[in-house]
Design a protein around this ligand. Structure first.
Ligand code: GLS
Length: 808
């Protein structure tokens, strides 16, 4: 039932005429203007509000259903969310896409122009942040009561531009025009402490006397489910100076600017997203951000718990808090502090509750991504939390000593505090100790976590370790990103149920050999290439889209391109398979090696473009500023998906899933989720190459010498020499030298296997029917990689939560 009926409110209509009325009314009352004088921005904001209103009604009903059920909640804590644009998604989920467009046209507005003003909130770096968004989408779609918590950064991930081929970063002031999708909730504001000292009274009760007080102001965005009435929320915190940070004495003395200084300073906490992906930036402001997120969110979680519950013993029954990587791990000592210091629970009971409440997802294998904090910095910022961590550590290490008597080395490795070369707090260790479940994000990753990175912990608590293979939202990454393919699939399967039940794509197998279906499949790919507008739509579109990181090995792709270039130059008369190689992705601003690779790619692209003997066959394009929006245009146009990381380094990858789902064939190593993709799509439909993890480890242990490969392989030598000799506008010598002298990620060792596999790609491409068949099979067999399956796995294995249906 529409709750507004009971409130005497008019239900919102489902016809284009009613939508048009609501547009007019919102234009008038919310924007204070009329059709005649409205700007495109007015029209956009009004459209967003009119769509949002339709979801708001579902949100109210969802909240009522959740309140009545008093269920076990999932609270997802994440420092990053890459939500992507909201308008198109919200129109689809609210069923208003068609009527909204008609209504806009009726009012004489151009729907495409109006929709183009929607802005992507770039509140994350890459895969980890996008995964958080996909999981929220799936939780809502599966009717799981959930709230996502994050930070409302004023400046999201930087905007990438190129100057002379080099990456230049520009600030991303994403909400300077406002954000129509957001509901402020000032009543739920929280107070956060920093610095200061602790005091203990005679009874042993500890009080934290803070040195700085900051306010956390929440707002939320709606997270609608698809094909259901559930609308969950993602709640984002923004820092504000508190009144106590306004220095009244200075104000009275006429020093107004100085008086507000501290308040302004406080607001820096949510000013900017740290632009490092898979690396630890280690700055105090970052630690402040993490505590800010955790402190605000936990108080909010407790407030929500108290709406229906009073007994702390019930807290873990009603609450599971999922830590998205180590960034929100401070939630563990913070909940201890709240329970022991503020609620007066005894330590043992509090610790039992805390451990039952939390679960931790690890997203990396790179040692440099495991966060640690210098003890002196930590102690200054969070004095009480350090005491709590010391106490947790004491109890924990006693447990380790009991389980492994006499193993001092193990105790040293497992301690929450690193002692040498300097004392640091180890967040991953804390996250494992303070949770009931730890999971990796792909099968290989989970195995490697338990056998290497977190081995000591897996030996102590084998049952704590799980695998939950990542997944992607089929709504976002095929239905919305690739509408033409979606229509073809719906036609082929005789219905659109597959969108929320992705295993049904298996039904396409029956069409994989059907010549007319194949022809339409190719036509869709072609049209998507035309839509993308980069490179010849008849060429093989070869894409590598992801953050720039040496372990991902964009440099390997580059060596292949240079080799193709040399082959064409050497034999200009021959026929070559025309390729458009598309790179997209950002490098962390301080990651110089990655930025050199970007610059070299752009230089190689320019040299090839300028060479008429080569350019008919080979084109390298590098559109700037890769984000969810650009990805959604590239992915549907791709023929070949490059997933070429050094084995044992990519935790999972999710771009690999998006591309396979959209019918691209993968060329890849046995790394991360590539292994599971290949298992499912079949070895015949996947171009495998390179060292596997044990071989890569062994090679490094036996003293890898990249120069041996250089000496042995003439084509490789030619490619590297041309870089070292400055043949590409003099750019890239650092890249060449690093490959030749250290090559940490075994690029040269995998070069020959990679180039040979690429030759197989060329051969396969020339057999159009077989290629199309492989493409269809990739889509048909990618159902497993739906985020809905991922969320079901979390729900069954880790969260133990049940759906709550929202009645119509
Ligand atoms: C990452 C990993 O690097 C990716 O392999 C993984 O797919 C993603 C989501 O689990 O998490 N970890 C990280 O710090 N950034 C990532 O993208």
């Amino acid at each position: 039932m529409d709750v507004r009926n009971g409130m005497g409110l008019r239900p919102l209509g489902t016809s284009a005429a009613e939508f048009e009325q609501d547009l007019l009314s919102n234009l008038y009352y919310r924007r204070g203007t009329t059709v005649e004088s409205a700007s495109t921005q007015d029209a956009y904001e009004t459209l967003a509000l009119t769509v949002r209103d339709r979801l708001a009604e579902r949100r109210v009903r969802t909240a009522a259903a959740h309140y009545a059920a008093n269920p076990r909640w999932v609270y997802y804590l994440s420092a990053e969310y890459l939500l992507g644009k909201q308008l198109e998604q919200n129109m689809l989920y609210s069923g208003t896409d068609r009527i909204a467009r008609i209504a806009l046209q009726q009012l004489g507005m151009d729907p495409d122009e109006v929709e183009s003003l929607d802005v992507e909130p770039g509140l994350g770096n890459g895969g980890l942040g996008r995964l958080a968004a996909c999981l929220l989408d799936a939780m809502a779609t599966l009717d799981i009561p959930a709230v996502g918590y994050g930070i409302r950064y004023d400046l999201g991930i930087f905007k990438q531009t190129f100057s002379d081929g080099a990456q230049v970063e520009k600030p991303d002031d994403w909400s300077y025009q406002g954000n129509p999708w957001e509901f402020p909730a000032p009543d739920d504001q929280q107070t956060v402490f920093f610095y200061g000292h602790t005091e203990r009274d005679e009874a042993g009760k500890t009080t934290w006397i803070p040195g700085e007080v900051v306010l956390g102001e929440p707002s939320h965005m709606l997270v609608p489910g698809h094909g259901t009435d559930t609308v969950n929320i993602v709640r984002l915190w923004r820092a504000r100076g508190s009144e106590s940070s306004f220095d009244l004495s200075r104000f009275s003395a006429g020093q107004y600017a100085e008086a507000v200084d501290e308040a302004v300073h406080a607001e820096n906490i949510s000013k900017v997203l740290y632009p490092d992906d898979s690396t630890d930036s280690g700055r105090e402001l970052r630690l402040k951000q993490q505590y800010f997120l955790v402190s605000c969110s936990l108080r909010d979680i407790i407030r929500r718990f108290r709406l229906r519950n009073s007994d702390w013993a019930d807290f873990p029954k009603k609450t599971v808090i999922q830590l998205n990587d180590t960034h929100p791990t401070l939630a563990i000592p913070e909940l201890m502090r709240l329970l022991v210091d503020e609620e007066g629970l005894n330590w043992d009971l509090a610790w039992a509750l805390v451990r039952q409440t939390f679960a931790y997802t690890c997203h990396t294998l790179l040692p440099e991504a495991l966060e640690t904090w210098p003890v002196p910095m930590f102690e200054r910022l969070l004095p009480r939390h350090l005491e709590i961590i010391y106490t947790i550590n004491e109890h924990f290490l006693a447990e380790v000593r009991e389980a492994f008597p006499g193993d001092a080395d193990r105790v040293r490795r497992m301690s929450l505090i690193q002692e040498e070369p300097e004392r640091r707090v180890r967040m991953a260790n804390l996250a494992v100790v303070g949770t009931q479940a730890v999971n990796g994000v792909a099968e290989l990753h989970s195995e490697l976590l338990a056998s290497t990175t977190l081995r000591d912990f897996a030996e102590l608590w084998p049952d704590k370790f799980h695998n939950v293979t990542n997944g992607i939202s089929p709504r976002r990454f095929i239905r919305i990103a690739n509408p033409t393919l979606s229509s073809l699939i719906t036609e082929g399967l005789g219905g659109d149920e597959w969108i929320d039940d992705l295993d049904r794509l298996a039904g396409l197998e029956a069409l994989a050999d059907d010549a007319s279906f194949q022809a339409r499949w190719r036509a869709v790919k072609q049209a998507n290439k035309v839509r993308l507008g980069l490179g010849d739509p008849d060429s093989l579109t070869d894409v590598m889209i992801k953050r720039f990181h040496e372990y991902k090995r964009q440099q390997l792709k580059l060596l292949h391109i240079i080799t193709m270039y040399h082959r064409i130059k050497a034999n200009p008369g021959q026929a070559y398979v025309p390729r458009t190689v598309l790179f997209a992705g950002k490098a962390a601003p301080a990651y110089h090696a990655a930025k050199h690779i970007i610059r070299l790619i752009n230089a190689v692209a320019a040299v090839i473009d300028a060479d008429p003997a080569v350019s008919p066959y080979l084109k390298v394009v590098f559109p700037a500023n890769y984000n969810v929006t650009l990805g959604s245009l590239i992915i549907p146009a791709a023929d070949l998906s490059e997933q070429i990381s050094m084995a044992g380094k990519e935790a999972s990858g999710t771009g690999n899933m998006k591309l396979a789902l959209n019918g691209a064939l993968t060329i890849g190593t046995l790394d991360g989720a590539n292994i599971e993709i290949r298992d499912r799509v079949g070895g015949d439909n996947f171009f495998l190459f390179g060292l596997d993890t044990p071989a890569a480890v062994a090679l490094k242990e036996n003293g890898y010498r990249p120069r041996d490969h250089y000496d042995r392989d003439a084509e490789l030598r030619h490619a590297l020499d041309s870089i070292l000799d400055g043949k590409f506008l003099g750019i890239g010598r650092e890249v060449g030298e690093s490959l030749l002298n250290s090559d940490e990620y075994l690029t040269l060792a995998d070069y020959r296997a990679y180039v040979d596999a690429q030759d197989e790609v060329d051969v396969a491409w020339q057999d159009t029917e077989t290629w199309t068949r492989k493409s269809i099979l990739n889509t048909a067999r990618s159902g497993f990689f739906s985020a809905d399956r991922t969320v079901r796995d979390y729900a069954a294995e880790i969260w133990h939560v049940n759906p709550v249906k929202v009645a119509r």
